[in-house]
Design a protein around this ligand. Structure first.
Ligand SMILES: NC(=O)c1ccc[n+]([C@@H]2O[C@H](COP(=O)([O-])OP(=O)(O)OC[C@H]3O[C@@H](n4cnc5c(N)ncnc54)[C@H](OP(=O)(O)O)[C@@H]3O)[C@@H](O)[C@H]2O)c1
Length: 298
C-alpha cells in the first residue's frame, strides 16, 4: 500500500464527490478530484492513462448516471456510465494493484421486503438505473478483489440537485404540496457518506491486508417516507428562517404520482454490517439536514 500517493476521486462534481473533495481538503488528505470534464469513466483508455500516470493509493468512484426516470429512455447512456465506468475503473485498478471504493444504490432492490434490506438479500432492480448500477457492481466484483461497494440511498447534500432542494423551491412557490407517502426508505446526507468514505480510505491506506472487502449498506436513520422527509424539511427550514411559514403537505400514493421508472416501495437499508466491521456510528439524516439547510442559507 503506497500511502504517499494520493487518493483519486472520480465524479468530483456530484453531490457526494463534492463533499468528499471538500472534507478531504479540510482534513489535509491528499486527494486528486476529477470531474466528468476531467475524466470520463466510460472511456477505458482515458481511465487507464490517468490511473497509470497518477498511480493513486486508492480510487473512489462517485461518478454515476443518476437520472432515474430519464434512464428508462437512455439505456445506453446509463449503462456506459454505471456499468462500463466501474468496469473500466476496476480493470485499471486490477492492472496496477489499487483498491477501489465504488458507490451503488438501494434501487438494486425491488422493494417487496417487509424490513430493511441487508447485503445478503437478493437484488431485483425495477428500472434501468437500478439494473445499470447492479451490473456495475458485478463488473467490479468480477474484476477486482480489493473493492468496497457501498450502497447508499436517497442522497441529499448542499451541492447539486436533490429532493431537499426541490421541496424548498416548491414550498416557496406553492401554498400546499402533495408528496408520495407509500415509499419507505432512508435519506442519507452526502456529508455523512463523504465522512464514511474518508474513514474507509484511511483504514485502507493504513494496510489493505486487514480490510474485509465486499459489499456494504450505508444510509441515514431513522427510516421514513418521502412524505415524512418532506414534512421534516419544511419544518426545519422554517425553524432556521429559510422559509417563513409551514405549508400543508398532503400524503399521496405512488399511483397518484406516476413516473417513467418504478421505484421500490421499501428500500430501507440495514447498515449494521458496515457499522460493526469498520466501527462506525449510525448517521442521523435529520442532523445532516439541519447542517445542509444552514449551508444552503449562507
Ligand atoms: N442521488 C441519489 O439519491 C442516490 C441514491 C442512491 C445511490 N446513489 C449513488 O451514489 C453515488 C453518488 O451519487 P450523487 O448523488 O453524488 O450523484 P450526482 O450528484 O448525480 O453526481 C454524479 C456525478 O457523476 C458525474 N458523471 C456522470 N457521468 C460521468 C462520466 N461518464 N464520467 C465521470 N463522471 C460522470 C456527473 O457529472 P455531470 O453532472 O456533469 O453529468 C456528476 O458530477 C452514485 O453512485 C449514485 O448512483 C445516489
Amino acid at each position: 500500500m503506497k500511502d504517499k500517493f494520493p487518493i483519486l476521486l472520480t465524479g468530483a462534481g456530484g453531490q457526494v464527490g463534492y463533499e468528499v473533495n471538500r472534507l478531504a481538503s479540510e482534513r489535509g488528505c491528499s486527494l486528486i478530484a476529477l470531474t466528468r470534464q476531467q475524466l470520463d469513466i466510460g472511456d477505458g483508455e482515458a481511465v487507464e492513462q490517468i490511473v497509470s500516470q497518477l498511480h493513486p493509493s486508492l480510487v473512489i468512484n462517485a461518478a454515476a448516471y443518476t437520472a432515474v426516470d430519464k434512464a428508462e429512455n437512455e439505456v445506453e447512456a446509463a449503462m456506459r456510465v454505471n456499468r462500463q465506468g466501474p468496469a473500466n475503473l476496476a480493470a485499471s485498478c486490477h492492472n496496477h494493484q489499487i483498491p477501489l471504493i465504488h458507490l451503488s444504490t438501494d434501487y438494486v432492490f425491488d422493494g417487496n421486503k417487509a424490513g430493511a434490506y441487508d447485503e445478503n438479500d437478493s437484488v431485483a432492480p425495477t428500472g434501468v438505473y437500478g439494473r445499470s448500477k447492479w451490473e456495475g457492481e458485478e463488473e467490479v466484483r468480477t474484476r477486482l478483489k480489493e473493492h468496497l461497494i457501498i450502497r447508499v440511498s436517497w442522497v441529499f447534500g448542499p451541492h447539486g440537485n436533490n429532493f431537499v432542494k426541490t421541496m424548498l423551491r416548491l414550498a416557496a412557490e406553492r401554498d400546499e404540496l402533495r408528496v408520495v407517502a407509500d415509499q419507505q426508505g432512508c435519506p442519507t446526507c452526502a456529508t455523512h457518506i463523504a465522512e464514511a468514505l474518508l474513514t474507509l480510505a484511511e483504514k485502507i491506506t493504513k494496510g489493505i491486508d486487514d480490510i474485509a472487502w465486499g459489499t456494504y449498506h450505508f444510509c441515514g436513520l431513522p427510516e421514513t417516507t418521502w412524505h415524512g422527509f418532506a414534512e421534516t424539511i419544511i419544518e426545519e427550514a422554517c425553524k432556521i428562517g429559510l422559509l417563513d411559514h409551514v405549508i400543508p403537505i398532503h400524503p399521496i400514493t405512488t399511483s397518484d404520482y406516476p413516473t417513467p421508472a418504478r421505484r421500490p416501495q421499501n428500500s430501507a437499508l440495514d447498515c449494521r454490517k458496515i457499522m460493526n466491521t469498520f466501527d462506525m456510528k449510525f448517521p442521523n439524516w435529520q442532523e445532516g439536514l439541519t447542517t445542509m439547510l444552514k449551508t444552503v442559507m449562507k
